[in-house]
Design a protein around this ligand. Structure first.
Ligand code: GLU
Length: 365
């Protein structure tokens, strides 16, 4: 059900929107985004901004005397670039009488339910006091292997955490093209419904100044839509794009909209859905359990359906559920430690190892 007042929206702005062709910070583009966010606020929208551009805007500020390895370069540029970025946002929002605040996070700091709820509380208290959260990954301390794939992933996690109605991903292209984007006649796919597989159209190209690409945008957007959140991929370089997409609901504006599932999942399931990277172990399941879990009826995972237990985990940890053919079916919060789970493998009449309420089954269509 759509809320009519205080519609909560997450807007993700990519590095390519905030920088010029030569990689320098495009302050005009930032100004345009801030003006649009201010207008949306006047219309009762609650906006959370996920902004990339730290590395890109730091790169043209410092010249290292020595050749830097990739990690050191990211740390150096983001330390300078993020300060520059947030300063600019602060000034621009101030011009509208709006206060913004900085939230820097890492994937690891969302890995436990406590951390997750703490992060959520932070943003709720900011919004409750009229402060716009401007979020980025803390690239200065993120460990490469544990980083968000990119800020598309981060923005999905934030939209899910904050129960947003819509996630708008602003990039420097109009959306997902039904073919080669360099051919002028290629249309943008305007509406993507549950089960539509448009990944065949998407090249593996990466953004020139950020980490992401269209494939991760597509994956995140599909996942969010399944969770019940509408996702729009649109061109952030186009003047007034946010108003066209959100305010006027302008169906003529060229963008890709992922229609949300009409069966949104619970808040705890949303957290679990994004916890795959934090799984402490795996439960391998048999055909019977696989059919039950992937069927239409809500089912819990019982010990009788488990064939093997891998890894060391405790009660309350996140585990992966692995199908008989070896693919990850989903993730869940386990109700017993690995020792106890191993003891009950195949046992009938036992309590669920992962209760339905704490189980997220991925959509593999
Ligand atoms: N956190 C990175 C930055 O601000 C961007 C990551 C991405 O490109 O998605 O520079």
């Amino acid at each position: 059900m759509k809320k009519t007042a205080n519609r909560r929206i997450v807007v993700k702005v990519g590095s390519n929107v905030l920088t010029n062709k030569d990689g320098a910070l495009d302050t005009g583009a930032m100004e345009s985004i801030v003006d649009q966010v201010a207008t949306l606020r006047e219309h009762g929208f609650e906006i959370i901004l996920v902004s990339s551009g730290a590395v890109a805007s730091g790169r043209d500020m410092v010249r290292s005397t020595k050749k830097l390895d990739a990690v050191s370069a990211r740390q150096l540029y983001s330390s300078v670039g993020q300060a520059r970025l947030i300063n600019r946002y602060y000034e621009l929002f101030s011009g509208h009488g709006i206060i913004c605040g900085q939230v820097l996070t890492t994937k690891e700091s969302l890995s436990t339910r406590d951390h997750y709820l703490n992060q959520m509380n932070c943003m709720n208290v900011m919004l409750g006091n009229g402060v716009i959260p401007v979020i980025n990954e803390n690239d200065t301390i993120s460990v490469t292997e544990l980083m968000f794939t990119d800020n598309d992933e981060l923005s999905g996690m934030i939209a899910s955490m904050m129960d947003a109605e819509t996630l708008v991903i602003l990039s420097n292209v109009d959306g997902i093209y039904a073919g080669d984007p360099s051919v002028p006649e290629t249309p943008v796919i305007r509406e993507i419904r549950h089960g539509d597989n448009v990944s065949v159209y998407i090249g593996a190209g990466k953004s020139s100044f950020g980490r992401g690409g269209m494939l991760t945008k597509y994956r995140i957007a599909s996942k969010m839509a399944d969770e019940g959140i509408e996702v729009v991929i649109a061109n952030g370089k186009k003047p007034g794009i946010l108003a066209s997409v959100l305010l006027r609901g302008d169906r003529d504006v060229i963008c890709s909209r992922f229609l949300p599932s009409d069966r949104p999942i619970s808040h705890i399931k949303k957290w679990i859905a994004h916890s795959d990277g934090f799984a402490k172990g795996s439960l391998y399941i048999n055909e019977g359990a696989f059919k039950a879990l992937t069927g239409n009826k809500a089912s819990s995972l019982l010990p009788v359906g488990v064939t093997a237990v891998e890894g060391e985990f405790e009660k309350g940890d996140i585990v992966r559920i692995i199908s008989p053919d070896g693919h990850t079916v989903g993730v869940g919060k386990v109700s017993a430690g690995s020792g106890k789970a191993a003891e009950t493998i195949g046992a009938k009449g036992r309590r669920p190892l992962v209760h339905y309420d704490y189980l997220y089954i991925e959509n593999n269509e």
